[in-house]
Structures are given as C-alpha cells and as structure tokens.
Unconditional design. Structure first.
Length: 317
C-alpha cells in the first residue's frame, strides 16, 4: 500500500517541501512541491560570540512549518520526514530550533552531515533520471545550496561524495554586495569558485572516467530552467530533464547581472526571493561545467527531498 510522505527540507536559504506517494520497491510518485525563503543561513552573533541562528528567521521557519504541515495533513500525508543541511551544521541555536519543532509539532529534525546530504541528493537525482529513461550512474550530480555545494559521482561500485563551502547565499554575501553586481566582483566570484572546484575535482573525476553528463538539482538549477523555459509558475514536469548549455547559462548570467534586484525579482516569477542569490548559483554551475569539461547540464527537479522520501533517515546515523 502506498504511503503518502511529506518531506520538509530546511536549507540555508529556504524551506522546501515535497509531498509524494511511495511504495517500497516501486518508483517514487511526487505529487506536489513548494517552499518559502527563510534565510536561516544568514547568521547573527550568538551569546558566545559565534555565528547563530537569527531568531526572526527561526520564527519565519516555524510559521512556514505550520503552513506546510497543515497542507500535508489536508492532502492525506501519513508520515513526515524532516531534515536540515549546511546552516544546521555550523550555527548556534540549532538545538533550540529542533526542540521547538519537537514541542510545537512533534517533529524529529535530522541534521545531515555534508556526506549524507550529498548521498540523499544522489538518491533523489538517480530516481528522477530513471523516470526519464536516463542512466544516472554515469553522471556527476551537483546541488548548489544556500550554504554549500554537494557533488557525487561513481567510482566503480563506490559512490564518491563531496560537500564544499560554495553556497549561493554565502557567495553572494562575500562577492556580490553591489546591485547590480560590478564586473570586477563577478570575475572574482568566478575565479574563486573555479579554484575550489578545480582543486577538488580535476584529478578525481578524471580517474573515475567521468563521461561528461552533469545532473544539476536544487533551487538555482530549477529556477534557471524555469527562466529559460519562460514559465510564469513552477512546473516540475517541464523543469525535469530540461537541458541548459554552458553558452546559454553564461548568457543568463550576463542578463541577470545587468538587472537591479527589483528587476531580477520580476524576471524570476516562479521564485522572486531567489533573485538575490541566483547569480552566484548560476556562476557556480557554469564554472563546474568548465572544470569537468561538459557542454551542458541536465536539470533535475528530483533532489535531496526525493532521496529522503525513499530512504529511512534513521539508518543514516
């Protein structure tokens, strides 16, 4: 019998949720996705002086949780899986946030390691590529998050995973303080991202016999796909499997970087709040294509949430 699952994914930039039906041994059946921008990863000084969760962001997160749960209950969800990523590994106050989720909603928050995040993202992307009739094992998977970038590829029977400090929210704060961003800061951003990716990937992916397929999941990739498709609202079935060439991605970066923030928000009708960080996310994707020598990426609407839906989180440790 199918189990209807609600997955809540608290990232550095947003809460993203998935409602799906799952029968063990059968393909996942996604029903609906949604999300809200929260900026949990944008830290404030904590009591000890270390970076901590912003209390205002926590309150936004709790209100967004209530809306997502109410919707899930209305739609018949019988199980809820709750996970948090980069911000929860690095900021003070996460224990209190987890306690609020438990006390207010009866939810158990799973704080993922970078490796677990990359693994679950891989599970989700391969599930989605199989639904398209594409072989996922030959791809390098990338997810540009708000606080980190997760990468994975197969080396024989071993899945290699990497979690890098290359998040779109953090990169925006570090390199793109101006609106619109100046050319020099964009060049510095490109060089910094390329340096980190080159150091992490060149030798290892070459040894693994990487075939040149890049599958990109996460909000940056799906928003760029929706923009390229000219969508007025987010439509997962159209985004899933959409291909973005390196040349087209570069053109989108130039187009978005030429616009002030308010104009970018207008351009990104499916997800206006992402306008603040979309340039950094797009640059990270473009530089990855250059480092691994790929000419295009395949966008996957399936991601970490989908991987969590088909995995028992308790078994991750």
């Amino acid at each position: 019998m199918n189990e209807r699952i609600l997955v809540l994914d608290y990232g550095s930039n947003s809460l993203r949720w998935l409602l799906a039906d799952h029968l063990p041994g059968a393909p996942l059946s996604p029903l609906e996705v949604g999300g809200e921008s929260l900026r949990l990863g944008r830290a404030v000084p904590g009591p000890s002086g270390r970076p901590a969760l912003d209390p205002a962001a926590v309150e936004r997160a709790l209100a967004a949780t209530r809306r997502a749960l109410d919707h899930g209950i209305e739609q018949g969800a019988s199980k809820t899986k709750v996970l948090a990523t980069h911000f929860a590994r690095n900021l003070e106050g996460v224990e209190d946030f987890a306690r609020r989720l438990a006390d207010d909603f009866g939810l158990c928050l799973h704080v993922l390691t970078g490796e677990q995040e990359a693994y679950l993202t891989r599970r989700g992307v391969e599930e989605g590529l199989a639904g398209l009739g594409l072989e996922g094992r030959g791809a390098i998977c990338v997810d540009i998050g708000g606080g980190s970038t997760e990468l994975s590829w197969w080396e024989g029977r071993r899945l290699a995973v990497r979690s890098l400090e290359l998040g779109a929210l953090d990169l925006t704060d570090r390199f793109l303080p101006d609106e619109p961003p100046c050319v020099q800061r964009l060049l510095e951003l490109r060089a910094a991202v390329r340096s980190v990716l080159s150091e992490e990937l060149n030798d290892e992916t070459a040894e693994a016999g990487f075939a040149g397929t890049v599958a990109a999941s996460g909000g940056s990739a799906t928003t760029l796909a929706a923009l390229d498709l000219g969508l007025d609202d987010y439509r997962p079935l159209l985004v899933q499997g959409h291909r973005l060439s390196a040349r087209r991605l570069d053109a989108l970066i130039d187009e978005l970087a030429a616009l002030p923030l308010e104009r970018r928000r207008e351009r990104l009708h499916p997800d206006p709040p992402r306008a603040e960080i979309i340039i950094a996310g797009a640059v990270a994707l473009h530089e990855l294509l250059g480092v691994v020598g790929a000419e295009e990426l395949v966008v996957s609407d399936y991601d970490l949430k989908h991987g969590a839906a088909v995995t028992e989180l308790e078994e991750l440790g």
